[in-house]
Design a protein around this ligand. Structure first.
Ligand code: GLP
Length: 233
């Protein structure tokens, strides 16, 4: 794991941008993308840049179950606003949160990932060490699946909703095996609240109880952290 300590999200975004730029220059075609507050600055830098993703594919990690892409709380909507409107990809995949046949939705998403192997996967991290929406206890062998969100995750994400009761209790997420299949992984984390998870991810045992710890087994991972997120390392 390559660990890069930065002063703040602005510096982190610049380094993240350089990694995306280099990937494009090295003919990366498929970008795995993440939502949450962590990548917002990076998306700002990307959307205001002259990078061209019109021949690239993007595949997002996850989506809330029950929210359609035009719902402002959906991850599809987030991506459209943060990146795709200004920086269109040839095709952008986000799991379908409203397909009633979820078994089919998950299978189709796996087929998309198989067809478009991910060159660069961007990740944030949850307070409990989740990546995508793969909560503690998720199998390291998992592919796309439906997830029951943990109360702590619902609480952490409630800030984006009007009322905590509005936060969906389930999501559809790319699995850990799919994340691990990416050629390169870039994980970013900022703030004190991520310090514990970052420390366990890097120095703790590799265990399904700390989903991000599996990244210790990947041969090309870059971690961008600010001082606060790094303070338990
Ligand atoms: C959500 C997303 C994750 C994200 C995490 C952290 O649960 N499913 O992909 O990494 O939140 O969010 P934030 O970046 O807002 O701290």
């Amino acid at each position: 794991m390559k660990i890069i300590k930065v002063k703040n999200q602005i510096e982190g975004a610049q380094i993240g941008f350089d990694i995306f730029k280099q990937a494009l220059e090295n003919d990366a075609k498929v970008f795995g993308l993440a939502t949450g507050s962590t990548p917002i600055k990076l998306y700002e830098v990307l959307r205001n840049s002259d990078l061209d993703f019109s021949n690239s594919i993007s595949i997002n990690l996850d989506e809330y179950l029950g929210l359609s892409g035009d719902n402002p709380q959906s991850y599809r909507y987030f991506m459209t606003q943060q990146l795709f409107n200004q920086k269109p990809f040839q095709h952008s995949y986000v799991p379908d949160g409203v397909k009633t046949d979820t078994a089919l939705a998950t299978k189709e998403y796996d087929q998309i990932i198989d067809k478009h192997p991910i060159d660069l996967q961007l990740l944030g991290i949850g307070h409990n060490g989740h990546i995508g929406f793969n909560e503690p206890g998720t199998s390291f062998e998992s592919k796309t699946h439906v997830v029951d969100l943990q109360p702590s995750t619902i609480e952490a994400n409630a800030r984006f909703f009007e009322k905590p009761e509005d936060v969906p209790t389930q999501a559809i997420s790319m699995g850990i095996a799919s994340v691990m299949s990416a050629k390169h992984i870039l994980l970013m984390a900022y703030g004190e609240s991520k310090a514990e998870a970052i420390s366990k991810m890097i120095n703790g045992p590799v265990t399904e109880e700390m989903p991000a710890s599996i990244l210790q087994k990947h041969n090309s991972v870059t971690i961008i952290v600010d001082e606060a997120a790094a303070n338990k390392l």
